[in-house]
Design a protein around this ligand. Structure first.
Ligand SMILES: [Zn+2]
Length: 273
């Protein structure tokens, strides 16, 4: 089997500037876990990013499209992950992005990004402590992401690199909570009926389009990744379901980028912002 993991196609190397910048990226973490892993058990809105199993972001979800586009277009490779633990905003880890690929919602705004380096720590470090240490203002409220300058990126990376690497413990904890979902809901991810663990083998179902078509056709306007009723319809199989976020694949037929918001009149709402 041909590997679809970077640096193989469809992945493209992200060329960075001499003083690359980055982002703080907020994610929901799982309250039932002692480690601040992503919210695997979130009802009606299971989280697949940051996907540390593949060290990617946006390959399996439609979260933070503007940040992903900024990484690619503005060549900002650093992503520092922030979450809320007991009311306190904390830094948990980072990605150093080295590759990107165009996402299934084509049109130049949807990118998947992949890291060449990552590290997640425990206990996480409060943003207030970081601000005291570096004279920064990272603890000011933002959602869901914020640009940060080169110098702060270097400070945060050095700080995280000085702490013990808990990434493998995070991976075990993600698997444990996925098995909790499986036991209680029948799927590791009920939202899109997924029983497999995330892996590069599983990712082929998301990237297969690149090997079926020489170029992805621009058929989709910029898709809304949420809608007031959380109701979505598949243009391929007409399956209708409820989920808080737009999914990349139809949970029923597996088609990519085929879902759109459905309003209360049963009319699909196409495109728009
Ligand atoms: Zn479908």
């Amino acid at each position: 089997m041909i590997s679809i993991a970077p640096p193989n196609p469809p992945w493209i190397t992200l060329e960075t500037t001499s003083k690359p910048e980055g982002y703080l990226s907020y994610y929901y973490s799982d309250d039932i876990s002692p480690l601040p892993i992503r919210w695997v058990t979130k009802p009606g809105d299971n989280k697949s990013d940051p996907n540390i199993e593949t060290s990617t972001y946006g390959l399996f979800s439609t979260c933070s499209p503007n940040m992903r586009r900024g990484v690619v277009k503005s060549r900002r490779p650093y992503i520092f992950f922030i979450t809320n633990r007991n009311g306190v905003r904390v830094l948990t880890g980072y990605y150093y992005i080295q590759w990107y690929a165009e996402g299934a919602f084509s049109g130049g705004w949807d990118f998947c990004i992949a890291a060449n380096g990552m590290r997640f720590i425990n206990p996480p470090i409060s943003l207030e402590e970081i601000d005291r240490r570096f004279g920064s203002t990272l603890s000011r409220y933002f959602r869901p992401f914020k640009e940060i300058p080169h110098a702060i990126c270097l400070e945060l990376k050095a700080l995280l690199d000085s702490r013990k690497d808990f990434t493998s413990a995070y991976l075990e904890e993600i698997d444990r909570l996925e098995r909790f979902n499986l036991r209680h809901g029948g799927y590791r991810y009920l939202g899109w009926k997924q029983n497999d663990k995330f892996s590069w083998e599983y990712a082929s179902e998301y990237l297969i389009r690149y090997f079926q078509e020489s170029s992805v056709q621009v058929t989709h306007k910029r898709a809304k990744n949420s809608n007031p009723e959380n109701k979505w319809i598949c243009s391929e199989c007409n399956y209708i379901f409820i989920n808080k976020s737009l999914l990349r694949r139809c949970p029923n037929c597996g088609e990519l980028a085929s879902l759109q918001a459905e309003d209360s009149l049963g009319m699909a709402m196409k495109g728009g912002l």
